[in-house]
Structures are given as structure tokens and as C-alpha cells.
Design a protein around this ligand. Structure first.
Ligand SMILES: Nc1ncnc2c1ncn2[C@@H]1O[C@H](COP(=O)(O)OP(=O)(O)OP(=O)(O)O)[C@@H](O)[C@H]1O
Ligand SMILES: [Mg+2]
Length: 361
């Protein structure tokens, strides 16, 4: 079971939306997912159509009692196909006080111990955290091996994220508990120059800590939450469903880098390399990737992608960081390889295929 905590002390940045809809996307891919709602606001419960007030037992009953007379399994609710929920309650906010006299080691391990019980029943547990870094978030970090930090792409405040990363580092060091951290840009509105700039800054600042996936603003995500369903079920063809499906693919494709290896400093690209943008425009395509000799012909490997809509046309911008040289590439459009229709410069490969050519001066 992979355990992923969704963490940011900033409110309203998309933690719950990410928890529920990443769960929905993973479930749609056939995985068994447990959502642990560690936020006393119980928004994950709401977004999965579960009325927290109607539950007799919830995570508080499991976490507050060291002898664990209440098993985790006994409080679980089946929320939708492939998704079970460990419900929260407002009373969870009293956990810190309830455990105040207990040893730190015992207080902080409660969720990890509880999850051990169900480890073999799920492929993923996603833990939704409250907008603060207190005992509940520490429990989530202790129970997790991976962390996703949603960052609102329009109001990105570097200091808050840096502090959060430092806290995670500290905890991870102190407990000898390795955590892989990744950043997910959310609430992205590609129509505004400000959001595009901010997304660029986030990518520049956090480099390979960032997911390639970007969650765009999409009203269907809000509506799905109000309907108590993951967007993959409530609006299967929406941008929200597509964005969380991309995120789920990335999560499946690779575990995150170990924290010790992640770069927290500003990324230092070799001074000679340049940022190059290659665009692909299409009315019908839903997935466009780029592959070339610069990334070992692995579609989108090491490439940042921006997707914008202009009228009925979608524009994929592939951002490459390349030293001077001549490169060959092709696009992969919904799984079909093709040359760049906007680039007249091509060469024929040894296999007789036409490759587009890019020259970085
Ligand atoms: N990509 C999006 N497009 C449109 N609305 C969104 C998107 N992501 C989140 N929202 C909406 O923004 C609000 C805040 O999102 P969400 O509840 O996921 O944030 P949060 O980080 O969990 O907040 P809190 O810190 O209070 O727990 C919600 O109403 C949600 O429906
Ligand atoms: Mg929330």
C-alpha cells in the first residue's frame, strides 16, 4: 500500500479536491483506494457524499485510544467504487488536547499504527490534512511515505512552502522517516498572464519536485464536491477529470524522489542551456506528448507541459531546457507518433521516419 499525505498549511489550495479526485482517478484505473480524512472540517467526507455527523464512530475513536479497542476497519465507509473512507468529525480537533500528556512517540504514531491493520486491503491510502501543521498533520506525515503539496498557481507564496518543506525535512530527519515530496500546481487559470507567470516561477523554483500535471480551475470540480462524488464519476469528460487522470498516471508511473535527493534550492540549470518552447495545436487531441533525442525518446520525460485553450483549439506548449545543439523530435498525439506540423525542418531517420528538427543556437 502506498501512503500519500496531501499537505499544506494554507487553506483552500486544493488539498481535499486533490485527495478525493486523485482517489477517483486511481479507482477509475482499477486501484483500491482508502481516503483518510484527517481534517476536522470533514470536507473529504462531504465531497464523497458521506455525512460525518451521522457516523457513530470516526477516526477520533480509533486515534484517541492507545489500546485501540476501536479498529480502523470498523469505522470505514464504502464511498464509491474502489474508494473507502475513514471518516473525520469535528471532534478530531480535540485529539491534540486528549493526547497532550502522552509520549510524543505514541501521539504521533497513531494513524500509522491504525493503517497497518488494513495495509493489504488497499493499493493507496490518501490522507487529507487540515490547513495547519499540528498533531493531525504530523500523524499523517508519520503514516505517509509520500507527500503531495498542492500549490494554488495564482497566489503562490514562496515563504510558506519553504517553511513547510523545512518542517517536513525536520520531521523526516528526526524520525529517520524518509518522505518523498512533490508539488502540484492547482487552481490554474491559463487565460491570465499572471497565472502563467506564477506557474513558470513554481516550476523554476521547485524544478523536478513539481508534477508535470497541472490542475486547472474547473467548475466541475466544485460541482462534483457538492454532489458528493469524485469528478471522474460526476463529470467524466471534464477538464477536472482529465487533469486528475494525468496526475494519477504520474503517481502510478513513478514513486517520488526520496526527500534527501530532492532539490530545495533554486534549480541550477547549466548556464549554457536555454529554455525552448515547442507548441502543438489541435481541436480534437486529448493527450499530446513530445519525445526526442533530448529525452531518450521517452514521451514527455523531463518536459514541462502547459495546456491552454484558444477558442475550439487546444495548445500544448512543451517547455524544454536544452544546451545548444541540433535535436530531433516527434509528437505523440493520443498515442500516435507524428512529426511537428508547424516545423518545416525535418530529417529522415534510419528507420525511414520523418523527424522534426530543432536547432538551439
Ligand atoms: N481546480 C479547481 N477548480 C475549481 N474549483 C476548485 C479547484 N480546486 C479546488 N476548488 C474549490 O476551491 C475550494 C477549496 O478547495 P479545497 O477544499 O480542495 O481546498 P483545501 O486545501 O482542502 O481547503 P482547506 O484548507 O480548507 O481544507 C473548494 O470549494 C473547491 O471545490
Ligand atoms: Mg480541505
Amino acid at each position: 500500500m502506498r501512503s500519500i499525505a496531501i499537505v499544506n498549511q494554507k487553506g483552500g489550495c486544493g488539498k481535499t479536491t486533490t485527495t478525493v479526485n486523485l482517489a477517483g482517478a486511481l479507482a477509475a484505473d482499477g486501484f483500491r483506494v482508502l481516503v483518510a480524512d484527517m481534517d476536522p472540517q470533514a470536507h473529504s467526507c462531504l465531497a464523497l457524499g458521506v455525512d460525518a455527523d451521522e457516523r457513530d464512530v470516526n477516526l477520533y475513536d480509533v486515534l484517541s485510544d492507545e489500546s485501540r479497542t476501536q479498529s480502523l476497519e470498523s469505522i470505514l465507509v464504502h464511498a464509491s467504487e474502489g474508494i473507502d473512507l475513514a471518516p473525520s468529525s469535528i471532534i478530531l480537533s480535540a485529539l491534540e488536547q486528549k493526547l497532550a500528556t502522552e509520549r510524543q512517540e505514541s501521539r504521533i504514531n497513531r494513524l500509522a499504527d491504525a493503517l497497518d491493520e488494513v495495509r493489504s486491503n488497499y493499493d493507496f491510502v490518501l490522507i487529507d490534512c487540515p490547513p495547519n501543521v499540528g498533531l493531525l498533520t504530523f500523524n499523517a506525515l508519520r503514516a505517509a511515505r509520500e507527500v503531495i503539496i498542492p500549490l494554488e498557481a495564482s497566489v503562490f507564496a514562496i515563504d510558506g512552502v519553504q517553511k513547510l518543506l523545512e518542517t517536513i525535512h525536520l520531521l523526516s530527519d528526526r524520525l529517520s522517516h524518509p518522505l518523498g515530496v512533490r508539488i502540484l500546481p492547482t487552481l490554474y487559470d491559463g487565460r491570465t498572464r499572471h497565472a502563467r507567470q506564477t506557474l513558470g516561477e513554481i516550476r523554476e523554483r521547485f524544478a523536478d519536485l513539481c508534477f508535470d500535471a497541472v490542475i486547472r480551475q474547473n467548475v466541475k470540480l466544485r460541482e462534483a464536491a457538492l454532489r458528493g462524488k469524485p469528478v471522474a464519476i460526476a463529470a467524466p469528460t471534464s477538464n477536472g477529470t482529465m487533469d486528475y487522470a494525468s496526475l494519477a498516471l504520474e503517481v502510478q508511473a513513478q514513486g517520488p524522489p526520496a526527500l534527501a535527493e530532492t532539490r530545495l534550492e533554486t534549480s541550477q540549470e547549466p548556464t549554457t542551456s536555454r529554455q525552448i518552447e515547442v507548441c502543438f495545436r489541435d481541436d480534437d487531441a486529448s493527450d499530446v506528448r513530445i519525445a526526442g533525442d533530448f529525452n531518450g525518446w521517452v514521451p514527455d520525460k523531463g518536459v514541462r507541459s502547459l495546456i491552454e485553450t484558444a477558442g475550439s483549439t487546444r495548445v500544448w506548449t512543451k517547455v524544454l531546457q536544452l544546451p545548444p545543439g541540433t535535436y530531433e523530435y516527434r509528437f505523440v498525439v493520443d498515442g500516435e507518433w507524428q512529426e511537428d506540423p508547424e516545423n518545416p525542418k525535418t530529417v529522415t531517420s534510419a528507420a525511414g521516419r520523418s523527424h522534426s528538427v530543432l536547432v538551439v543556437p
